[in-house]
Design a protein. Structure first.
Ligand code: IPE
Ligand code: IPE
Ligand code: MG
Length: 240
């Protein structure tokens, strides 16, 4: 995973004071990558691990504190059984959001072992969204809210944004400032709908197995060149 001069040059232009603390990525294009290489789809998922490694090391190098990767969606359960198994095997570590209970037992065990082993690490939190979808998460939040109201521990009139956020799977995590999607698709596919309310979006035609640190650095650099207005006027944002 050596860095080329080109990668280092992009990295050097990043303002270390304004690195997003949370980057979320919709990793897409494994199947097309495999097709281009004349290999079965599963080979694309195996090679996607390179993209994960690159994104993780790159993010850690520039000081990103939270990295959330969309690894497997609720809708991905509809893919052929063999592909589902392969996708779940090639997953990585630390934290998970999603309907983890529905994962195969061995997969859940591996995940829990990895989370327990890495629980003390503090440099970067890698969160895998597994059997995750934003609508699943929001529906579950509503169930929790209703149950709390019924139990008398929550006053409906007191429900605010914080009450919502703390019942989502991402409770305690900052919202992503930057959302990346690979493979040229420009859609959200049911990922983090609440949390990306004001995220900057960055799309690239690069297929996920070809994703390298340079792409992450370029995304962060472009992010730093954008004006985040949060509903204000440009003038209000630039005059402090
Ligand atoms: C991303 O690659 C992996 C997951 C969605 C789980 P795809 O498998 O979606 O690849 P394409 O979109 O078919 O190329
Ligand atoms: C989105 O990719 C889900 C993940 C990256 C896990 P998909 O490839 O499943 O999304 P669609 O079907 O193209 O929207
Ligand atoms: Mg896809």
């Amino acid at each position: 995973m050596e860095s080329t001069a080109h990668t280092e040059a992009i990295k050097a232009r990043i303002d270390s004071e304004r690195v997003p603390q949370h980057v979320a990525i919709i990793m897409d294009g494994n199947g097309r990558w495999a097709e281009q290489h004349g290999e079965p789809r599963i080979s694309g998922h195996m090679n996607g691990v390179t993209g994960v490694r690159e994104a993780l090391t790159g993010a850690s190098e520039i000081g990103v504190r939270w990295l959330t990767l969309y690894a497997f969606s609720t809708e991905n359960w509809n893919r052929p059984q063999a592909e589902v198994s392969a996708l779940l095997r090639s997953s990585v570590r630390l934290r998970a959001i999603g309907d983890v209970e529905s994962l195969p037992e061995n997969c859940r065990q591996t995940l829990e072992d990895a989370m327990a082993r890495t629980a003390g690490n503090t440099r970067i939190t890698l969160t895998l969204a597994l059997s995750y979808s934003a609508r699943w998460e929001i529906t579950r939040m509503a169930q929790r809210m209703a149950a709390d109201a019924k139990a008398g521990t929550l006053n409906p009139a007191a429900v605010d944004e914080q009450a919502v956020a703390e019942r989502l799977a991402t409770a305690g995590m900052p919202d992503p400032e930057l959302l990346i999607r690979t493979s040229g698709e420009q859609r959200i596919s049911n990922f983090l709908l609440w949390q990306i309310a004001y995220a900057e979006l960055w799309f690239t035609p690069v297929l996920w197995p070809d994703f390298r640190k340079e792409h992450l650095f370029q995304a962060v650099l472009d992010y730093q060149g954008r004006e985040r207005r949060f509903g204000k006027t440009s003038q209000q944002v630039t005059t402090r």
